[in-house]
Write a protein that binds this ligand. Structure first.
Ligand code: GLN
Length: 591
């Protein structure tokens, strides 16, 4: 295909090889696909305009920028000399008049300082240092009389309030920044990624201005072809007379094409064809997005179906089995915005009669925006008015939620915004409240005498005496390690006073709680059966008193008191049975 003509009105551009052809597509998470001359340098030209517009918004604020440049498409050519009647504002920042006005808004004391800021800004988008193509800059400077005329016209209408020439000069410089299709692909992907370069992870523009940049690209980026472009290709885009085009599908990807021959409107002929083909081939039209599909609720369960890792006494377990339905856990997932969060809120409100404690788990949530925060705030407000408790877990990676709640809740923040690291802790907290309500006069689980040990259930006082003589009392400080993973197993522990927790290490820094035991419970019991080395670590949560039986003594019971040993083994089987059932229940819920 040999349609189109390489631009010649800037003489330097005429040197481009019309056969150069490069394509680059970069996803919003930073994977780049490129083909052809994607590393061939060329000048950015008008593709600089939306990026500079973004910097002007950051430098001057939206209101001031809008007082100088409008947002209305013109349907005119890029270099048209048209201003809005009355205000004298250029109609939009994508035509040259608007772009020169925008450039004049870039902060900086001197020309070189302002250029440096522009280059730094482009560099953040591209993820590498960019420089001017001096030859093209000189060439445009020598021939850019029409743009200088536009500058003077802007001065006449007080859109520029000082000598227009330095601003026009800076505009020529921004147009001669040297890029490749790969660079432009990354820059487009940065816009698709909310302003953060997906490869370097660095922010190129404040997220709040990205939509403004994309809006003017959408309505005005392709000049007098903008309407047809949006109708058929359907992505915010920008072209430049050197032959580059970028297109952005917000949240998903950026596309860049380089091919110098232009059509009559100054847009790359092949650039348009490639974008058109990609849009069709990959279904990229902005107004034809598939629905997110997956529900924001990944899993729901109640405190009756699944318990925290604190091991409860049989009567406490019974209470949780009976009343745990008041605790409801919603595991959320994906991107939480208005529509996805609305579905969560709708479900919570529909079940509000059953819920006394609501745990919202954000572990699998990828992003959350302000409108989602607002809905969660409304839920929290409504539920607390109804005397319900809401707990948030795994929300540390979403600082916006905390900030939002802080502002909205004011002095009620510490009381109402309960944020815990793990579901396990949140569940335990809620369970404690349910148990307290159900069993107000239960035995204090913090201490137990041997007669109350779970493994000595149904023992006669004489049997208790026999077995007690084999126990050796031991105490531990809070946080002391009682058992280490890998230790040889030669003892069985009965907890007389205090609490201990079982942990396995997940990686070198974090560990996961498997269980917490309190007075009367047995631990280290698995080794009695299989004699394998300890599989987990056991740490004292409080000051702890234990009664310890050596496995040697346990073994000898078989010949000295076989009846006691049988009872002990029966109780041990029951205890393992209960623990196994708990694990099975957990697996079933998570299936
Ligand atoms: N520097 C060029 C000009 O002002 C940019 C035009 C363009 O790329 N459409 O003429």
């Amino acid at each position: 295909m040999a349609e189109g003509k390489v631009a010649t009105y800037i003489p330097g551009l005429a040197k481009a090889n019309p056969d150069w052809f490069g394509i680059c597509l970069v996803t919003a998470n930073g994977t780049a696909y490129e083909v052809g001359d994607s590393r061939q340098p060329f000048t950015i030209q008008s593709i600089s305009k939306p990026f500079v517009y973004g910097l002007a918004l950051e430098d001057q604020g939206r209101q001031h920028v809008l007082s100088k440049v409008g947002t209305e498409p013109t349907g005119d050519a890029f270099n048209s000399i048209s201003l809005e009647p009355g205000t004298g504002r250029p109609r939009n920042p994508m035509i040259n008049a608007g772009a020169i006005a925008t450039t004049s808004l870039i902060a900086g004391k001197t020309g070189p300082a302002r250029l440096r800021r522009l280059l730094e800004m482009f560099g953040r988008y591209a993820g590498r240092d960019l420089a001017l193509d001096d030859e093209i800059y000189q060439s445009e400077n020598e021939t850019g009389h029409r743009n200088r005329a536009i500058g003077h016209m802007l001065r006449n209408f007080d859109i520029l309030t000082t000598d227009p020439i330095p601003s026009v000069d800076l505009y020529f410089q921004q147009c001669s920044v040297s890029v490749t299709a790969y660079d432009l692909g990354v820059m487009a992907a940065t816009l698709a990624n909310g302003g953060t370069n997906p490869i370097t992870g660095k922010q190129a523009i404040r997220g709040e201005y990205v939509e403004s940049v994309l809006s003017v690209m959408g309505s005005c980026g392709m000049y007098d072809y903008a309407g047809e472009w949006m109708y058929t290709i359907g992505m915010p885009a920008k072209s430049g007379v050197a032959g580059g085009i970028i297109a952005v599908l917000p949240g998903q990807l950026g596309i860049a094409v380089y091919s110098p021959p232009l059509d009559a409107r100054g847009n790359s002929v092949r650039g348009i064809r490639v974008c058109d083909a990609l849009s069709r081939h990959c279904d990229l039209h902005l107004l034809n997005r598939p629905s997110p599909g997956e529900s924001a609720i990944r899993l729901k369960f109640t405190g009756a179906e699944l318990n925290s890792n604190r091991i409860r006494t049989p009567e406490e377990s019974q209470a949780l089995h009976h009343d745990g339905g008041q605790i409801q856990v919603y595991q959320l997932q994906g991107n939480l915005h208005f529509a996805s969060t609305e579905a969560v809120v709708h479900d919570v409100i529909a079940n509000v009669d059953q819920i006394r404690h609501l745990i919202l788990d954000f572990k699998k949530v990828l992003t959350l925006n302000e409108s989602a925060c607002r809905l969660f705030y409304e839920v929290l407000n409504k539920l607390s008015r109804l005397d319900r408790v809401v707990l948030f877990t795994h929300a540390e990676h979403l600082p916006l939620l905390r900030r939002y709640m802080k502002v909205k809740l004011g002095e009620r923040y510490t009381e109402l915004f309960r944020s815990l690291q793990e579901n396990d802790l949140a569940l335990e907290w809620c369970e404690n409240r349910v148990i307290e309500a159900a069993l107000p006069s239960r035995r204090d689980a913090r201490s137990a005498t041997p007669a109350q040990y779970e493994l000595f259930e149904n023992f006669t006082p004489a049997e208790i005496d026999v077995i007690s003589s084999l126990l050796q009392r031991r105490t531990y400080q809070q946080s002391e390690t009682i058992i280490n993973a890998g230790d040889e197993a030669n003892e069985l522990f009965f907890l007389a006073r205090g609490g201990v927790s079982v942990f396995v290490s997940v990686d070198s820094v974090s560990r996961k709680r498997l269980a917490t035991f309190t007075g009367g419970m047995v631990f280290g019991e698995m080794a009695v059966i299989d004699r394998a080395p300890r599989s987990a670590m056991i740490v004292a949560d409080t000051e702890v008193t234990c009664d310890v039986m050596s496995l040697g003594d346990f073994d000898r019971l078989g010949s000295t008191h076989p009846g006691i040993k049988i009872k002990l083994l029966e109780n041990l089987s029951l205890c393992l049975c209960r623990r196994l059932r708990t694990v099975n229940r957990k697996l079933a819920v998570f299936d």
